[in-house]
Design a protein around this ligand. Structure first.
Ligand code: CO8
Length: 256
């Protein structure tokens, strides 16, 4: 528990709930600092295999904190490289699932997209409304949204501020699945538990290679995949995983 986050451990799953209800979970510097601390601890904890980030029923997060940004000028923003702290969040090596109900706007949508995949409640609404404030996304939204849903929808959303509902977000490939709002957190934790039960090195390798698809060309990306695939044949868990299959039993992982 921190001031802006509720942190729970559900066996090998870390469940983080954004907790600034009066500001619809707007992301200020404190949320960033606390989330980075919690995420670093999660990444370093061998007992934790997957993290879920969620918000409230009304809002995953309604954006970066407008009140915190309002008085800042170019010199403040540029000299402090405002928002660059979020890049550290994306360097988390273990998987993070966003469980989104209600508004995921601006920085909220960007945070969800920084996670490895998004599970959406049927109440979820995604948008990049920064243009209405005479600015742009600043936490990677223009890039990640374009990668996720293609130019046409990303451009329309950024230029008009239009929100996408859960059904459209699923059709467009922004979210992996839509579930009833009342089941969102349990479904996300269940999904995270499935990931957490996998061999840890293979989890990291799978995350790294899927992410590589967004940075590399196809030939380079396939090469990267193959090298990591080969590397896993040097692990105890690969021996165990294949032996367990042949012997028709569950594998027991050492993370080595
Ligand atoms: N920041 C700060 N406070 C917020 C934010 C926010 N993003 N969103 C909502 N709040 C606050 C409201 O001010 C209000 O507080 P108060 O009661 O003190 O007035 C409280 O949360 C409840 O909000 P509403 O009364 O507005 O609730 P409604 O149900 O009427 O409306 C909405 C919900 C539609 C979500 C509405 O709150 C809204 O439009 N929020 C702003 C959405 C937005 O524009 N988000 C983008 C923010 S900018 C951003 O994320 C990235 C900027 C990148 C800049 C790049 C710089 C480098």
């Amino acid at each position: 528990m921190t001031e802006t986050l509720i942190v729970e451990r559900r066996d090998a799953v870390t469940l983080v709930t954004l907790n600034r209800p009066k500001a619809l979970n707007a992301l200020n510097s404190q949320v960033l600092a606390e989330l980075l601390e919690v995420t670093r601890a999660y990444d370093a904890d061998a007992g934790q295999g997957c993290m879920v980030i969620t918000g409230s029923e009304k809002a995953f997060a309604a954006g970066a904190d407008i009140k915190e940004m309002q008085a800042q000028g170019f010199a403040d923003m540029y000299s402090h490289d405002f928002f660059a702290g979020w890049d550290a969040f994306t360097r988390t090596r273990k998987p993070i699932i966003a469980a989104v109900a209600g508004y995921a706007l601006g920085g909220g949508c960007e945070l969800a997209m920084m996670c490895d995949f998004i599970l959406a409640a049927d109440t979820a609404k995604f948008g990049q409304p920064e243009i209405k404030l005479a600015v742009t996304p600043g936490m990677g939204g223009s890039q990640r949204l374009a990668h996720a849903v293609g130019k046409a929808k990303a451009m329309e959303m950024c230029l008009t501020g239009r929100m996408m509902d859960a059904a459209e977000a699923e059709r467009a490939g922004l979210v992996s699945r839509v579930v009833p709002a009342g089941e969102l957190v349990e479904e996300a934790v269940k999904t995270a538990a499935t990931v957490a039960a996998m061999a840890p090195l293979a989890v990291k390798a799978n995350k790294e290679m899927v992410n590589a698809a967004f940075d590399m060309g196809l030939t380079q990306g396939v090469q990267f995949e193959r090298r990591l695939f080969h590397a896993l044949f040097g692990t105890e868990d690969q021996n165990e995983g294949m032996a367990a299959f042949v012997e028709k039993r569950a594998g027991k992982w050492t993370g080595r």
